[in-house]
Every structure is written in structure tokens, then in C-alpha cells.
Design a protein around this ligand. Structure first.
Ligand code: NAP
Length: 253
């Protein structure tokens, strides 16, 4: 059975990755900080699908947490076939007003952690084969504070790594959803409907994860779920940056 490690598996897209992968018969390593939520999901997936599920409690914005997960990935006795770098959170967009310690945690979780977990995964996957999925965002194609800068880094790095490691049998796919119904916005203190986003722009997690797994299976470097977001991103490239930046101030993704 293939084994997949999913970060941020206690909620939202990460929990949905875990559900769909277990449904396809994959054994799992679930990573996040909320032990209770991870254990509940692990019990559900073991009972429903008969797969092996490990729970790894780690704060990926800390040295200790990342080190713990790197150690598991690098374990030669229990090699992984898939890594899903998904854990993330958002900050208010007014960078200069944010606490710099929060910005550093955000950068570590969105950039440093996926880079270090990818480095460890490539160490065991090269030659043997494997798939890496990096959950980025359509925000990575526009200019909007540090969140979009972090996601832009993840998209560019994934695109390069997918070409670079194809000959070693490893694919790297950046998944770039727009707004998705998860706990992401409520964790930022935004009640449902307060995000300033029209209803038609919301995607469902099961759809995003299906698109992501399909794109990874096809070895795609970057994928944007849904035609409407593909069209919006293509359109944003046709207007001056000042205009797309002004539009991007609306809503939060
Ligand atoms: N929802 C959207 O509209 C949207 C759009 C585009 C991209 N994305 C991206 O999708 C990914 C998943 O987000 P989501 O929407 O599913 O959000 P979510 O429902 O809030 O889930 C976030 C997950 O990340 C984990 N996490 C947060 N901080 C962590 C830390 N320091 N260490 C380890 N795990 C941590 C959380 O678990 P614990 O709290 O238990 O640690 C949780 O499992 C993120 O990378 C986000 O940027 C989301």
C-alpha cells in the first residue's frame, strides 16, 4: 500500500486529502497541532477503510516540530510515496500593522516548512519515485502582502522542482485554489459571509482535492482548480499590475 503524509490534516483541505487518499487505500501519516482532531480522524479512517494511520503532533512553525516530521519522512524503514504540504493560515493583509513574530511564524509555516519537508522527501523518493503536492493559492499569482508572496514562492519552486526531478520519478504539483469552504477564514476571525467574497467564487474542499490528486497523478507542475479561476488568473495577466493589485484588495484567499 502507498503511504502519504499530509500536513494540516486536522481540518479543511488536509482532512479532505486524508479522506480521499484513505478511500483509495493509502496508509497515512497525519500531521498538525490538534492531537484530538487528528486522533478522531485517524479512528474514522481506520474503521472505514482499514488503512494504517499514524498521528504525528507537530507545530510546523517551530524548529522542533519540523525536525520531528523530517525525521519521520527520512525513516528508511517506512518510506513515503506521497507528501502533501498543506498546513497554513492567513494574517490580516496590513503587513506593517501585524506583529512581526506572527509574520515570521507565517513565513516558516508557508515557506520554510514545505521546503524542508520536500528536501527530506526528495531524499527518499528520488529513484524510488513519489509525488509531492504543495497547496499554494491563486493568491500566489497576484500581489497581496506576505501571504501571496509566500504562495508565489511555492508555485515557482514547485514548477521548477517538477521539471528537475521528473527524471528521478518524482512529481511536484502546486495546487492553486481560490476561496474554499474550510476553517481558514473563521480562524482569521471572519464569520461566514464577512469575507467580502461573492458566493459563486467559493469552491468545495472535495472538488479541490480531487483536482489536486488528478493533477499530481498526471505529473502537472501547477494546477488551478475550476475554469472560473483559470479565467480570472488569465485575465489578471492582461491588466496593469496597479489594477490587479487594487482588485486583489477585495476579499481574502
Ligand atoms: N480556504 C481557502 O480559501 C484557501 C484558499 C487557497 C489556499 N488555501 C491553502 O490551503 C491550505 C489549507 O488551508 P485550509 O483552507 O484547509 O485551512 P484550515 O481549515 O484552517 O486548516 C489549516 C490546517 O493547517 C494546520 N496548521 C495551522 N498551523 C499549523 C502549524 N503551525 N503547524 C502544523 N499545522 C498547522 C491546522 O491544524 P492545527 O490547528 O491542528 O495545527 C489545520 O489542519 C493552506 O495552505 C491555505 O493557505 C486555502
Amino acid at each position: 500500500m502507498p503511504t502519504a503524509l499530509v500536513t494540516g490534516a486536522s481540518a479543511g483541505l488536509g482532512a479532505e486529502f486524508a479522506r480521499q487518499l484513505a478511500g483509495r487505500g493509502a496508509d497515512l501519516v497525519l500531521v498538525a497541532r490538534s492531537e484530538e482532531a487528528l486522533e478522531a480522524l485517524a479512528a474514522e479512517l481506520r474503521a472505514q477503510h482499514g488503512v494504517v494511520v499514524e498521528v504525528l503532533v507537530a507545530d510546523l512553525a517551530t524548529e522542533e516540530g519540523v525536525g520531528h516530521v523530517v525525521q519521520r519522512i527520512a525513516d528508511p524503514g517506512r518510506p513515503l510515496d506521497m507528501l502533501v504540504n498543506n498546513a497554513g493560515f492567513g494574517l490580516p493583509l496590513r503587513f506593517a500593522d501585524n506583529d512581526i513574530a506572527d509574520e515570521v511564524r507565517h513565513l516558516r509555516l508557508l515557506v520554510e516548512a514545505p521546503m524542508r519537508l520536500m528536501h527530506a522527501a526528495l531524499g527518499v523518493m528520488r529513484g524510488r519515485g513519489g509525488r509531492i503536492i504543495n497547496v499554494a493559492s491563486t493568491a500566489g499569482f497576484i500581489s497581496r502582502s506576505t501571504y501571496s508572496a509566500c504562495k508565489s514562492w511555492l508555485i515557482g519552486f514547485s514548477r521548477w522542482a517538477n521539471d528537475e526531478y521528473a527524471s528521478d520519478g518524482v512529481t511536484v504539483t502546486a495546487v492553486c485554489p481560490g476561496f474554499v469552504h474550510t476553517t481558514f477564514h473563521s480562524r482569521m476571525g471572519l464569520a461566514a459571509g464577512q469575507e467580502g467574497v461573492p458566493r459563486f467564487m467559493w469552491l468545495d474542499a472535495p472538488y479541490v482535492v480531487r483536482v489536486a490528486l488528478h493533477a499530481a497523478a498526471r505529473g502537472r507542475g501547477v494546477v488551478i482548480p475550476s475554469l472560473r479561476y483559470k479565467a480570472m488568473i488569465a485575465g489578471s495577466r492582461l491588466v496593469p499590475r496597479s489594477v490587479s493589485t487594487r482588485i486583489a484588495r477585495r476579499g481574502r484567499m
